[in-house]
Ligand binder design. Structure first.
Ligand code: MN
Length: 248
């Protein structure tokens, strides 16, 4: 209820031109954009701590090997969580704040906050969006309908998403995101950025993302990122992605 009121206030203020009272009218637009992401309250609940994996390190083999999962979860992602807490303590952010809220105003904080709040959030979502190949389920009718509506077919969606993941230069992520009007879009971000950030070119709520940093695949695939991406589809947890889409 509080969020709805705030949203109405911001929309109203902008619409009737109270923006002219603000020093920078463009800022009102930014607030409005951020507020659109904030409105997806059901998925704004990521804590600063790591969630335990719901499967064993070797459960995603042969798509993703056990050693990669162990190092990726405990070392890489563990460090993002720790550094996020350090940055939050240094910059006066309450450690109980949902990470989503930090991301939506991330331009106010340091590069350390941006990299580690993003890194922690992205990995928390990544682990949940993976599952053993025999437990992935299938996309719900609602999700499949939205995919067909935005990309014509599942095959075409996978092709476009894979292309975004393959062509991301250097380190980063490919995403399926829900934008305004609940339309699905594919996006790609560098480093640990994501579409919740106020600095993102394409804003929306991520349904799932694919980590294409070399640390995510190099031990098994070396330079063969395309093969990693092809095998990722076998362990994408459609049950989780469908539930997430249904909840927003
Ligand atoms: Mn990673």
């Amino acid at each position: 209820m509080k969020k709805t009121s705030r949203r109405k206030f911001i929309t109203h203020s902008t619409a009737v031109g109270i923006g002219s009272v603000l020093a920078v009218p463009a800022f009102a637009h930014l607030l409005s954009e951020n507020n659109f992401v904030s409105s997806f309250t059901n998925v704004n609940n990521t804590s600063f701590d790591q969630t335990p994996l719901s499967y064993a390190y070797n459960a995603l083999e042969p798509s993703i090997d056990a050693t990669t999962m162990d190092i990726h979860y405990n070392k890489h992602a563990g460090t993002y969580s720790k550094n996020l807490k350090d940055a939050a303590a240094a910059e006066g952010v309450d450690a109980k704040t949902p990470v989503e809220k930090v991301l939506e105003t991330v331009s106010k904080y340091s590069a350390k906050m941006r990299n580690n709040a993003g890194g922690h959030y992205n990995h928390e979502l990544f682990w949940k969006s993976l599952s053993p190949a025999d437990k992935t389920g299938v996309p719900s009718e609602k999700l499949l309908g939205a995919i067909n509506s935005s990309f014509a077919s599942m095959d075409e969606f996978k092709k476009q998403f894979s292309e975004a993941a393959k062509s991301r230069f250097g380190s980063g992520w490919a995403w399926l995101i829900v934008g305004k009007d609940k339309k699905l879009m594919i996006s790609s971000t560098p480093n640990q950025d994501n579409s919740l950030m106020d600095i993102a070119e394409i804003k929306g709520v991520p349904l799932f993302g694919l980590d294409v940093w070399e640390h995510a695949y190099y031990l098994k695939y070396q330079n063969r990122r395309a093969e990693y991406i092809d095998n990722f589809w076998k362990v994408l947890n459609w049950n989780f992605v469908s539930e997430r889409f249904n909840s927003i």
